[in-house]
Every structure is written in C-alpha cells, then in structure tokens.
Design a binder for this molecule. Structure first.
Ligand SMILES: O=C(O)c1ccccc1N[C@@H]1O[C@H](COP(=O)(O)O)[C@@H](O)[C@H]1O
Length: 197
C-alpha cells in the first residue's frame, strides 16, 4: 500500500513524514487552501529532502502553463490534478500526472479507463476536509489503480482491508492543526497502512 501525505508546508513535517516511511509528499498550490505553499518555499523544502521520495504538486482548475511552470520551479515529480471542467490537455503537461475524481456517487467509479486515479470525496469548495467516500461503493470494483483519499485516519484504515487499493492519500487526518502535521499521527497512519492487505 503506497502512502502519500499531502499538505506539507514546512521542512520539519516533510522530514518527519519521510521518517515514517511514506512514498510521496504533497504540496498544495491552490491559493485558497490553508495548506497553500508558494513554489519557492516548496522548492526550498524539496532541495533538502533525501532521495527516493516522490514530490507531488496539487493543482485545482489550473491551466497547463501554470502547472508546468510551478512543477518546474518547485521540483514536483508528479502533478495531482483537479480539473472540474475537463478542459486540460494532458499531452501539454511536462510532468507525469494523476487525475483526481471528486466522487459524488457510485456512478463516478464506473467507466473509468485503465489509468491510475486519485479518488476523493466530493465536497463543496475543495478537499482536505476529512470527508469519506462510502466504501461499499467499491465492492465488486477493481481498486488496484485507485489511490483513496478523503477522511482517512489511523483509526479507520483497517476498513480498507481486502479492497486492494493501490494507495492512500491523507491530509487532515494526520494534522495537529490546519497546515501543521502531527508526527505521532503520521507514525500511526503509516504503521496502519503497512498492515493493510
Ligand atoms: O489539502 C487541501 O487543502 C486541499 C485543497 C484543495 C483540494 C484538495 C485538498 N486536499 C486533498 O484532499 C484529499 C483529502 O484530504 P483529507 O485527508 O480528507 O484531509 C487529499 O487528496 C488531499 O490531497
């Protein structure tokens, strides 16, 4: 089970997250988020990271140029993309990407192609507020290319057993306050994630 911790705003949280064994760190380039980080500050953090950790930039309804420029400046290796109006031309992106599906109903899980998707619960405004997707919607669906997000915590991760998700993404569930991660919550989260089958 791959684990991404999203909403990194400072070096200490990034290093604490890495020490728990996470696979990816997320940086929010969405100005209305309490976890927003400037590309320059993200780059300063990324420059101090050890190898073998993927850096992921989160974008909300931005155009290709903006995504390319920020990923280049901030040294993001993957773009996590919310594109509500489906207008992005992915061919124009200079960085690998994963599309976010903001899941409102079980219908949104049907007819997806063979790509990897990050699935987050639909909320008015945007994510990072701890809302969950109903797990029963995934019964009888192949979850092996899905990264599940939305309302995950060390206490509810056990419920994911046997679904076969590729990975999980968490933000508010490992915070002590908005934009500040809790070292202990990250340790507990990653420990539980490693036990999921
Ligand atoms: O984290 C944010 O502030 C954010 C802002 C806008 C869109 C998405 C955002 N976060 C993403 O939301 C999901 C779930 O987060 P949570 O664990 O429920 O708090 C996750 O993919 C974050 O990357």
């Amino acid at each position: 089970m791959r684990v991404k911790i999203c909403g990194i705003t400072n070096l200490q949280d990034a290093l604490d997250a890495i020490n728990t064994g996470v696979d990816a760190l997320g940086f929010v380039f969405y100005a209305d988020s309490p976890r927003y980080i400037t590309p320059l500050k993200a780059k300063e953090i990324v420059d101090k990271l050890p190898p073998f950790v993927q850096t992921v930039g989160l974008f909300v309804n931005e155009n290709e140029n903006f995504i390319n420029e920020v990923c280049s400046e901030a040294k993001m290796q993957l773009a996590q993309i919310i594109d509500d109006n489906d207008i992005l031309d992915y061919e124009l992106l200079e960085v690998k990407s994963v599309k976010v599906i903001r899941v409102k109903s079980q219908k949104d899980l049907k007819n997806l192609n063979n790509d990897y998707y990050l699935l987050d619960a639909f909320v008015d405004g945007f994510g990072g507020v701890g809302k969950r997707i109903a797990l029963e919607w995934f019964e009888d669906i192949d979850c092996s290319r899905f990264i599940l997000a939305g309302g995950l915590t060390s206490s509810n991760l056990k419920e994911l057993n046997n679904y076969g998700f590729y990975g999980v993404d968490v933000s508010s569930g490992v915070e002590e306050s908005k934009g500040k991660k809790s070292k202990q919550k990250m340790i507990d989260f990653v420990k539980e994630a490693n036990e999921i089958k």
